[in-house]
Ligand binder design. Structure first.
Ligand code: GLV
Ligand code: MN
Length: 196
């Protein structure tokens, strides 16, 4: 859902100090075949963390040739029982393809908080409409790998729990206590998990 490009390509000059919507183009004479190649999704992610998942991104920041092209891709590795936690992408819809393993994938719609979900196996797709909160949870016995494609060069990501409980400076405890209808002690306990 990014704007259409006005030229064949515009390989991003990430170092430019110019402030534009997106990035200025690297000079044409300096562009080579290597600019259009990226192998950052070729290696298995490290899922040895508290949530048991990892995400690698091919977006304009890691793969500057995507500048102005309106697309990007992630690789998601999830250990058995691991979770890619609830999050949303403000700038893109997401098309998920499970490559390996079994993932429960789901999102919540903005009308009536309806939860739409499915368990996917290899070769199966699920689509998450733009901006909606979604997750992937490994319900299988083996590791899972998914590829996600986006209609934006930089989908952006808002991860629900750290956004609210790990903000800098912190959101006041009384705000979160009211919002989640718990006491401030509970809020402080959750916040302690997201301190950084
Ligand atoms: C999965 O939800 C991803 O954002 O790659
Ligand atoms: Mn996502």
């Amino acid at each position: 859902s990014d704007p259409d490009p006005l030229q064949d390509f515009c390989v991003a000059d990430l170092d430019s100090a110019a402030g534009t919507n997106g990035f200025p183009c690297k000079p044409l004479a300096a562009v080579t075949s290597d600019d259009f190649f990226f192998d950052g999704l070729s290696t298995e992610g490290d899922t040895g963390n508290v949530i048991g998942s990892s995400v690698a991104s091919a977006n304009v920041l890691t793969f500057p040739a995507l500048n102005t092209l309106g697309l990007s891709m992630n690789r998601v590795d999830v250990a058995p029982g691991g979770l890619n936690p609830p999050h949303s992408h403000p700038h893109a819809s997401e098309l998920i393809l499970v490559v390996e393993g079994r993932l429960l994938v789901g999102f919540v719609g903005s009308a009536g908080n309806r939860f739409f979900s499915k368990v996917l196996g290899p070769g199966e797709n699920f689509v998450v409409p733009k901006g909606l909160v979604h997750f992937q949870y490994n319900v299988g016995e083996v590791k899972a790998v998914a590829v996600t494609a986006f209609d934006s060069q930089l989908p952006g990501v808002v991860v629900a729990a750290p956004t609210l409980f790990g903000a800098t400076p912190p959101i006041p405890d009384e705000v979160l206590a009211k919002a989640f209808q718990v006491d401030q002690k509970t809020v402080a306990m959750i916040k302690s998990k997201f301190e950084r």
